[in-house]
Design a protein around this ligand. Structure first.
Ligand SMILES: C[S@@+](CC[C@H](N)C(=O)[O-])C[C@H]1O[C@@H](n2cnc3c(N)ncnc32)[C@H](O)[C@@H]1O
Length: 762
C-alpha cells in the first residue's frame, strides 16, 4: 500500500505486512519533542527512525539517490465530488457510490513515482495471484497483456512505442522506489528484531504533564503511529508482549483511540470496522483507505473492442494497461494528459469511467442474451450498460431508479453507450414486483438514504472511504440502525410508518426475490451488492432474506477472487452458505470495499411469507416459512394507486378503456388466425399499428412519451402491463389454478371474463 496505489494493478492482494503499513502518507514530524522525555523508549526510538526514514535513499545505477517522494506517500487526492461525469445530469443530491469515479479527471495526479505500486504485490499467495500481470517482461510483451477477448492480430494488439516507453520509464522508477522501500523495511525489521524481547510500554505511558499517552493529539502523529504499531504487535503476541496485569480489552481500547486519532475516524465507525478484522489486518484496511483506488475505465463492447480503445487512448498519450486477467473490459489508467471524461472516445460511448469493483456484481449476475433483467437501483447506469453489453443489446433490461435527477444521468449514459435494450423506470424499488415481475435476473445494487436527514447518500459507504473521507466521521450508530433502509423521499412517510425492526433494505431484497421468475429457463437469479463492508448491510440482510424467503438459496458468485462472507462474527451466526458470498477490500484486492451475494430462486414464495408491504404486520419466522407445504406464491401486486371500480377518478395510469381493449384483442385474434392459416382472410380491425399488448412495448411507449414531454422517462405501468408482465396466478403443485391473487381487481376480473368471451366467439 502506501504511495502510488493508483498505479497498482487491480485485484493485487496486499500482504499484511506491518512494515508496509508503516509507510504512512501523512507527513510525520521529523523528530521527537525533546521535552517529552518521559515517553516510552519505544516511542522515542520510533520517532527517530521516522526522521531517518523521511528521506530514504537508495542506490540507483550505483548512485545514492533520494527517490522522488521517498517513502512518504503523496497526500491522498482530495475526496472527489459525489457524482462522476457518467452522471451527466450533474445531480446535486450528494450521492456517491462505488461506481463513480472522480470529476475533473484532467487533474489525475499519477505521475512519476507516486503513481507506482509498492514492491510487495508478487509476494502474496492469494488465489488471485495467478491473475497478476505484473512483470516487466509481460508488459513489454505488449500483446500478451491483453486477455483472451482479443485475438492476436500482430500489429493492432501491440502497444505503441510511446506507451511502452512510458511504461518502462515508470517501471524503472518503480524499481528505484521498491529498492528504497525494501531498504527501509529491512531497517525497520532489524529494529523490530532488536526490541522483540521487550514488552513495549503502551498503556502506562504518560506525557510530561502526567497525561496518559492515549491523549496524544494529532501533532504527535509519529508517536501515535509508533504506539499504534506497538499495540498491534502486542495484540498479535499477547502472551509474550503484553505488560503484566493488562487485559486485551485495554490494549484494544487504546488501539481504537489511536486509530481514531491517527486516521480521523469517529469512534463508532472505527470500532465497527475494527471488529471485522484482526488488529493487523484492520490497520492495513485503514491504511488502504487513505489512498484513492486506481482510475479504471470499462470498455463498452457494444461500440468497440478493448484493444482498439486502448490503442486510441495510447495515441492520445494515455498510459494504461488491462485491469487484470479477471476482466476482459477494464483498463487501468496510469497517467493521462487528456481529460478522460471528454475524449472523442468517451463522447462516442466507447468507455465509461467505472470503479473496478462495480464490474463484479454484473459479472456475478451473468445475464444471458434475450433475457429479461431488472436493475432495481440503476443510476447512473454503469452496471445497466454493462448488462446491456453482456446481453449484446438483446432481451430487455428494466433500469429503475427512485431518484429522478439521477435517472436523467442514467438515460444519458444509456444513450451515450448505445444500449438499445433498456427501458428506464422511476419507482422506488420497494414497489417492485407490484409494478412488474417475472424477471430472469435481478440486480439489487443497494443504496441508502438517511431517514433522519432525508438526505441521499451511498449505503454506508464504508467501502468507499478512500473516495469520500467524510464517511469516516459522519456515520453514527443511528445511521447504522437506519442503514439497511432505502428511503427515497417519495416514500418517506412509508418509512416513518414502518416498525423499527423492519428495515427497508431488507424489504427491498424481498421485493427483488419476488420480482424473479422462478420458472425462468435460463436464469432465476438475484445479485445483491453493496459498496459497504459492514455486516449489517451485507450478511445480515442476506440472512434476513434466507429466513424470510425459503424459496431462495445462495449460490456461488462465479467470481474468481474475493474473500468469503462471514458465517460467524461478533456473536452473530449466519447460514453456512454465506461462505459463497464475496467480500472485497482495498487492502486485499485494491478495489473499493464491496460485497456481492448471488441467490437462485427455486420456487414460488409461500403464502405465509412476509410480503413486501406487509412485513410489519405479518410475523413469520423462518421455521414456519420453511414448513409451508403448499406451492402457492402470494405476492401483493396491487397496482400503485389502484382504485376501486366505483371510484370514477382515474389512476396515474389513466384507467382502462374496455372498448380500446376489445379492438386490440380482436386484432390479435385475427392476426393469430391468419398466422396459423386458419382464416387467411381474417380482417384485422384498423387501429394503432404500433399497439401491442406486450408489456415491454407499452413501457417503451410510455418512456418515449415521457421523454418527448421533456420529463424523465417514467415507465407507466398499470394494470395492463401488470397483466401482460404476468400476474402470477397462484397454482397448486400440480399446476391447476386454485386461487387467483387476492389483489386482482374487480375490473381485471371483468376484463378477463370479457376476453374469455371474445375467445369463445372466435
Ligand atoms: C449505488 S447507486 C447505484 C449505482 C448503479 N447500480 C450503477 O452501477 O451505476 C444507488 C442508486 O439507488 C437509487 N435509489 C435509492 N433508493 C432507491 C429506491 N428505494 N428504489 C430505487 N432506487 C433507489 C439512488 O438514486 C442511486 O442512484
Amino acid at each position: 500500500m502506501g504511495q502510488g496505489r493508483r498505479m497498482k494493478k487491480q485485484g493485487m492482494p496486499e500482504p499484511l505486512d506491518e512494515s508496509l503499513i508503516t509507510r504512512k502518507r501523512k507527513d510525520a514530524p521529523a523528530a521527537a519533542d525533546p521535552e517529552r522525555k518521559k515517553r516510552s523508549r519505544t516511542a522515542a526510538r520510533e520517532a527517530k527512525e521516522a526522521k531517518a526514514k523521511a528521506i530514504p535513499k537508495t542506490r540507483v545505477n550505483g548512485k545514492l539517490v533520494k527517490p522522488v517522494n521517498g517513502s512518504k506517500t503523496k497526500k491522498a487526492a482530495p475526496p472527489p465530488p459525489s457524482d462522476d461525469e457518467d452522471d451527466i445530469s450533474g445531480s446535486a443530491d450528494g450521492i456517491d457510490d462505488a461506481d463513480i469515479m472522480e470529476d475533473g479527471l484532467e487533474d489525475i495526479n499519477v505521475t512519476g513515482l507516486d503513481a507506482l505500486g509498492s514492491a510487495s504485490e508478487e509476494d502474496d499467495d492469494d488465489e488471485f495471484d495467478s491473475d497478476i500481470v505484473d512483470s516487466d517482461a509481460e508488459i513489454r510483451k505488449g500483446a500478451s497483456m491483453w486477455s483472451d477477448d482479443e485475438d492476436s492480430d500482430d500489429v493492432e494488439e501491440k502497444l505503441t512505442a510511446a506507451n511502452i516507453a512510458g511504461l518502462s520509464r515508470k517501471l524503472d522508477m518503480q524499481r528505484a522506489v521498491e529498492e528504497a522501500e525494501a531498504q527501509a523495511e529491512l531497517d525497520e525489521a532489524n529494529l523490530q528484531t532488536n526490541i522483540v524481547a521487550e514488552r513495549p510500554k503502551i498503556l502506562d505511558d504518560e506525557d510530561e504533564e502526567g497525561r496518559p499517552i492515549t491523549n496524544l493529539v494529532n501533532q504527535d502523529i509519529q508517536l501515535l503511529r509508533t504506539r499504534l504499531t506497538d499495540t498491534i504487535r502486542v495484540l498479535d503476541d499477547f502472551k509474550n508482549l503484553a505488560e503484566e496485569g493488562r487485559s486485551r480489552a485495554e490494549y484494544r481500547a487504546s488501539l481504537l483511540k489511536d486509530i481514531c486519532a491517527y486516521y480521523g475516524y469517529s469512534e463508532f465507525l472505527a470500532d465497527k470496522l475494527l471488529d471485522l478484522f484482526s488488529p493487523r489486518e484492520a490497520q492495513a484496511f485503514f491504511e488502504a483507505n487513505e489512498t484513492p483506488r486506481p482510475i479504471v475505465i470499462r470498455t463498452n463492447t457494444l461500440r468497440t473492442h478493448r484493444r482498439e480503445l486502448a490503442q486510441a487512448l495510447i495515441n492520445r498519450g494515455v498510459q494504461l494497461e488491462p485491469v487484470g486477467k479477471w476482466s476482459k473490459v477494464g483498463l487501468q489508467i496510469f497517467e493521462t494528459n487528456v481529460p478522460l471524461g471528454a475524449t472523442p472516445e468517451y463522447l462516442s460511448g466507447h468507455y465509461i469511467l467505472q470503479a473496478a469493483s462495480s464490474f463484479l456484481p454484473v459479472m456475478a449476475l451473468a445475464p444471458q442474451e434475450h433475457e429479461r433483467v431488472l436493475d432495481m437501483a440503476a443510476a447512473p447506469g454503469g452496471k445497466t450498460t454493462h448488462l446491456a453489453a453482456l446481453m449484446k443489446n438483446t432481451g430487455c433490461i428494466f433500469a429503475n431508479d427512485a431518484n429522478k435527477d439521477r435517472a436523467k444521468g442514467l438515460i444519458g449514459n444509456i444513450h451515450r453507450l448505445g444500449a438499445r435494450n433498456t427501458i428506464v423506470t422511476h419507482y422506488s424499488a420497494l414497489e417492485f414486483p407490484r409494478v412488474m415481475g417475472g424477471f430472469d435476473r435481478v440486480l439489487l445494487d443497494a443504496y441508502v438514504l438517511s431517514v433522519a436527514t432525508i438526505t441521499p447518500g451511498p449505503c454506508s459507504g464504508t467501502g468507499v472511504i478512500a473516495k469520500d473521507a467524510s464517511i469516516k466521521t459522519n456515520k453514527t450508530e443511528a445511521d447504522f440502525v437506519k442503514l439497511p433502509q432505502w428511503v427515497p423521499p417519495s416514500i418517506i412517510t412509508v418509512v416513518l410508518n414502518h416498525t423499527n425492526n423492519n428495515s427497508l433494505q431488507k424489504q427491498l431484497i424481498l421485493a427483488a426475490v419476488d420480482s424473479i421468475d422462478h420458472h425462468s429457463k435460463t436464469g432465476g437469479y438475484l445479485v445483491y451488492s453493496t459498496c459497504s463492508v459492514t455486516v449489517e448491510e451485507n450478511e445480515q440482510v442476506v440472512q434476513y432474506c434466507l429466513n424470510k424467503r425459503p424459496n431462495v438459496k445462495l449460490v456461488e458468485t462465479g467470481l474468481t477472487f474475493g474473500k468469503e462472507g462471514f458465517t460467524n462474527i461478533g456473536g452473530k451466526v449466519f447460514h453456512p452458505s454465506m461462505k459463497m458470498t464475496r467480500r472485497y477490500y482495498a487492502h486485499t484486492f485494491n478495489v473499493d470495499g464491496f460485497f456481492v451475494a448471488k441467490f437462485k430462486k427455486t420456487g414460488p414464495t409461500p403464502p405465509n411469507a412476509v410480503g413486501v408491504n406487509e412485513a410489519s404486520s405479518t410475523k413469520t419466522n423462518s421455521a414456519s416459512a420453511k414448513s409451508t407445504p403448499t406451492e402457492v406464491e402470494v405476492v401483493d401486486r396491487t397496482p400503485i394507486g389502484e382504485k376501486d371500480d366505483d371510484d370514477e377518478e382515474e389512476s396515474d395510469f389513466g384507467g382502462f378503456d374496455d372498448e380500446e381493449d376489445q379492438k386490440y384483442i380482436q386484432r390479435a385474434q385475427a392476426k393469430a388466425m391468419r398466422r396459423k392459416g386458419r382464416d387467411p382472410k381474417a380482417i384485422v380491425p384498423k387501429g394503432d399499428k404500433s399497439a401491442s399488448n406486450d408489456a415491454n412495448m407499452k413501457a417503451s411507449k410510455h418512456v418515449a412519451k415521457e421523454k418527448s414531454d421533456g420529463g424523465i422517462a417514467k415507465e407507466k405501468v398499470g394494470k395492463k402491463e401488470k397483466k401482460a408482465g404476468g400476474i402470477e396466478v397462484a397454482k397448486s403443485a400440480n399446476g391447476v389454478a386454485v386461487k387467483e391473487s387476492k389483489v386482482e381487481s374487480k375490473k381485471e376480473r371483468r376484463k378477463s371474463g370479457e376476453k374469455k368471451k371474445v375467445k369463445a366467439k372466435a
